[in-house]
Design a protein. Structure first.
Length: 150
């Protein structure tokens, strides 16, 4: 498994509950561009429409060698999930505050491009500040341990 892109802001802005691995319906030029690492998950999200899951606002840069057969960078892309997974997601999303966000894009062992989407709930400002404080405390403790070993 080769990780192509991760959504670092997702772990900071959201509380992650469940994650699902989904295939993505892509064009040839998009696959080649992803293999080169030209994909951004910032501000992207997934949405359920007509019983199907779509990845929205994900930017895949145009593939330079594709010329006129290139793709649109921010087009809507269909995510491939099992029917039962989609039904479970629909039930969870109807609950207040839940959303679907992509956390990483990777290429599996068989060479297929996959997206990991997560069921998440937005964090409040004070929770984000608590995470920063905890990270600072841990960093200070590590530095203190290093100094004590010297």
């Amino acid at each position: 498994m080769k990780i192509i892109a991760t959504n670092k802001k997702a772990y900071y802005n959201y509380e992650i509950f469940n994650s699902y691995e989904a295939g993505v319906s892509l064009l040839g030029s998009e696959v080649k561009s992803i293999r080169e690492g030209k994909i951004s998950l910032k501000e992207s999200y997934a949405e359920v429409k007509r019983g199907e899951v779509f990845l929205l606002n994900c930017h895949i840069s145009p593939y330079e060698a594709a010329n006129r057969f290139n793709h649109e960078p921010r087009r809507e892309r269909k995510l491939l999930l099992h029917r039962q997974e989609i039904k479970r997601l629909i039930g969870k999303i109807k609950e207040k505050g839940f959303t679907l966000i992509p956390t990483k894009v990777f290429i599996n062992d068989r060479g297929k491009v996959k997206v990991e989407i997560a069921l998440a709930k937005g964090k409040s400002v004070y929770k984000k500040k608590e995470v920063i404080k905890e990270r600072d405390r841990e960093r200070e403790l590590r530095e203190e341990r290093k100094r004590s070993w010297r």
